[in-house]
Design a protein around this ligand. Sequence first.
Ligand code: NAD
Ligand code: GLY
Length: 389
Amino acid sequence: MTRSETIKVGVRIPGEAAEYQIICGSGLLESTGDVVRTSLGEDVRRAAVISNRKVFGLYGEAVELSLKRAGISAASFMIGDGERFKTLRTAEKIIGFLNTAGIKRGDAVIALGGGVVGDAAGFAASLHLRGVRLVQIPTTLLAMIDSSVGGKTGVNSSFGKNLIGTFHQPAVVIADVSVLATLDPREMSSGLFEAVKHGAISGERLLRTTEKMIDVRSRDPKVEAAETRAVFAKGITEHVKFKALIVRDDAREAIGATGSRSRKILNFGHTLAHALELATNYRYLKHGEAVGHGVLFAAELSKRLELSPADSIKFLNGVVHRVGGLPTVDKVGFEAVLAALSNDKKSRGGSIDWVLLEGIGRPVIVSDSSFPGGTVRKALRDYLRSTNR
Ligand code: NAD
Ligand code: GLY
């Protein structure tokens, strides 16, 4: 597949020229330089490519050559591979590199990698010289459908995941589905779990699109055939359109916004996911796997609180399980997960706003202060145990 579908995302933030393109298709890396030149204009002279050794070894040369062809000089910087490297220390090292490489306000930071690279490089780009332009080149499915779009950047710390961060919209996003061929199958599943999350809160249409991606992936795990790539490019585009719609109207996740289309709904499944990641020191679960558990748990809470019809929950659970196996979490300490949840509670002023479902495509934000006593505790104990059956 050589055809690429281009969609324009309108994210409006007062005082910022924040409309940017998300380009999705196959074989796009070779035109990185032209896309950067067209999107960022003639000012850009240098680009700092932030990546990790694995991804850069596979795709760095294509990106750098393309930049050079467009008259943009490129320097690269590698960060550690994995969630545990998404730290302030890493961001500081990236900023040090941007200084050394002479990246000026007119230049660009290019994040070439998955969500870890995108979040850390984006965070550094938002701080260097009070903000330089950012180009996201997501190389995992998760980063293509979610983290590269919408402008959230950040790092983890001992007190929680993504609690230190900024909003810094990219200038352009280049999602080249051909890079999915080298992705580890577990990482592909991780992206699909995050896709199911979008489907659950968006509606049956996006959930069915996600099912199609799950089905073609089971026949062509490396997403190599032209038809598989076309299904993925279309699916990613649908996901991005959904996310863009939400972000456009609530770009900075307004504190008081709790409607069914506020940005907070994108955190569906993330309350438990972040607690599981913190409780396991970011080493046991892939982020999307943690979200897979989080989706199942939020669905279970929605059922127990009689918010959602049982058949919607059954349908959703079925889609999660079709993605593939989730690592069991029965051995993750119950108290450690509870402690991580209550950490979250403290940093949010004493209660947690859970994103739950009244049905597929009908997210609702409910404070746990309104839950009958012991609801989360009991559901959590049952859920953790249930994962080893
Ligand atoms: P990741 O960045 O750790 O990438 C997963 C693994 O795949 C890494 O080992 C990476 O080196 C490797 N990899 C990446 N692309 C590859 C390719 N094409 N071929 C072979 N290997 C490749 O994980 P992720 O799932 O992409 O991102 C997870 C992160 O995203 C989490 O930190 C999460 O908090 C964040 N996130 C942010 C947002 C946001 O809005 N900013 C949204 C969702 C998730
Ligand atoms: N991934 C959640 C958000 O972008 O708001």
